[in-house]
Design a binder for this molecule. Structure first.
Ligand SMILES: Nc1nc2c(c(=O)[nH]1)N[C@H]1C(S)=C(S)[C@@H](COP(=O)(O)O)O[C@H]1N2
Ligand SMILES: [Mo]
Length: 417
């Protein structure tokens, strides 16, 4: 363990340091060995004494990577449910494809891209049919975008804080570089007729997932995604093609997309009436509350990732907004009494943003919280504010602030601050 000297000024209570704090790490290890003595005492490591492993056509994670797994529940119908991204075990903002969360309503269909077709019909001048290979010939764009299930963080509506990892609580969000064809390009080609307001999207899975998308969303930045982090979509993510609606609740990004019907009215399908609506206090339900709110979560430290020795640590987490870019993330180490602004990594609209906050843990109890603001000025609500709008038992679209308590032993638990 290296010793550090704090060159940065305190930015808020509980040991938060300025986000540009300069830390001067001492070059002396805990055992008091200097680098020269280590070099002199130990010969070359075994890895330098024989040739390494051969090349391979497809790489595999090393032991540390292999241990990072999606959180998969035990289900009666294993194809129907969701697996979560272990956000607390990952760094940066990009979710590796084999760790992207999954939400399937009736399993992953097997689809032959050679015969698969996307139909575009309804209130258009020319109905069109696209084969996969046709779409591959259209102009493409690539964008870093998150997908978040509107059921994500639903556990925050429980009366007692659920003791679970950040991945278990918030892992129905992932972020990838998606490449595909703008939906507006295809709509332009088909030619919209007057009176068009909605687009019905239907998946080719056994759930026949069907959603109505407002035309404004379809004409804005909606994409037919074909590639995910550089490779063709994974079957779990909708291969050969999916709708991808930046910033919109994940459910509407219909996977295995087989049909788009341009309409004057919404379909009022099961997934936009019985499900994915927001029951309010007055007993009415909001429908088509599609845009995901501004949100942040601290993933390190978090439940299951206890603190070791006191001293310097980085508090780090993820922030995102369905409305655009993250403008700022504030962090508190004293349960919300004082706040300091975190440093932000690369900030892209409707994508995950990494935030980092230097912290000197003095070994005392602390309550960690984060609060994001997006570029529309929207601020992440407290849990109380968020709950005040929800009808009984509602958990969709939870973007409330979440707190972790740290005790003197460094143990991290979920608390309602
Ligand atoms: N055809 C189809 N599309 C679908 C679903 C589905 O079950 N079938 N699930 C939806 C839900 S609820 C979510 S949150 C996202 C999840 O996308 P992912 O599995 O790629 O993470 O896909 C959406 N698209
Ligand atoms: Mo979802």
């Amino acid at each position: 363990m290296a010793r550090e000297e704090l060159g940065g000024e305190r930015a808020a209570g509980g040991g938060l340091l300025h986000r540009r704090a300069l830390l001067r790490w001492s070059a002396v290890s805990a055992a008091g060995l200097s680098a020269e003595r280590v070099m002199a005492q130990e010969g070359l490591p075994a890895s330098m004494l024989e040739p390494g492993a051969p090349l391979s056509p497809r790489g595999a994670p090393g032991p540390a990577g292999e241990a990072i797994r999606r959180i998969v529940p035990d289900l009666a119908f294993p194809g129907t449910g969701s697996s979560r991204t272990p956000v607390h075990l990952l760094e940066g903002t990009i979710t590796p494809n084999d760790l992207h969360f999954e939400r399937h309503h009736n399993g992953i269909p097997t689809i032959d891209p050679g015969t698969f077709q996307l139909l575009l019909h309804g209130l258009v001048r020319r109905p069109l049919v696209f084969r996969y290979e046709d779409l591959l010939r259209y102009p493409r764009e690539s964008r870093l975008l998150f997908i978040e299930c509107s059921g994500n963080s639903g556990a925050l509506s429980a009366s007692q804080p659920v003791q679970a990892s950040a991945g278990q609580l918030h892992g129905l969000v992932s972020c990838a570089e998606w490449t595909g064809v703008r939906l507006s390009t295809l709509l332009d080609e088909a030619g919209l007729l007057p009176g068009v307001r909605w687009i019905e999207a239907e998946g080719a899975d056994a759930a026949a997932m069907t959603r109505s998308i407002p035309l404004s969303v379809g004409l804005d930045d909606a994409m037919i995604a074909l590639f995910q982090n550089g490779e063709p979509l994974r079957p779990a993510q909708g291969y050969p093609m999916r709708l991808l609606l930046p910033g919109i609740e994940g459910n509407a990004s219909v996977k295995w997309l087989r049909r788009l019907k341009v309409r004057a009215q919404p379909v009022f399908s099961r997934e936009e009436t019985a499900k994915y609506t927001d029951l309010r206090r007055d007993g009415k339900a909001e429908m088509f509350s599609l845009r995901m709110g501004v949100k942040s979560v601290i993933v390190s430290p978090s439940f299951g990732l206890d603190l070791g020795a006191k001293g310097y640590r980085e508090i780090s987490g993820l922030a995102w907004s369905g409305r655009g870019r993250i403008r700022s993330v504030e962090v508190s180490a004293d349960g919300g009494a004082s706040w300091a602004e975190a440093a932000l990594g690369d900030v892209q609209p409707k994508a995950l943003t990494r935030f980092r906050m230097p912290w000197h843990w003095d070994g005392g109890p602390a309550v960690l919280l984060s609060r994001a603001t997006d570029d529309t000025g929207a601020v992440q609500p407290t849990r109380e504010t968020w709950l005040a709008k929800q009808g009984h038992g509602q958990g969709y679209h939870s973007n409330a602030m979440q707190s972790w308590a740290v005790d003197t032993a460094g143990r991290v638990t979920h608390v309602y601050a």
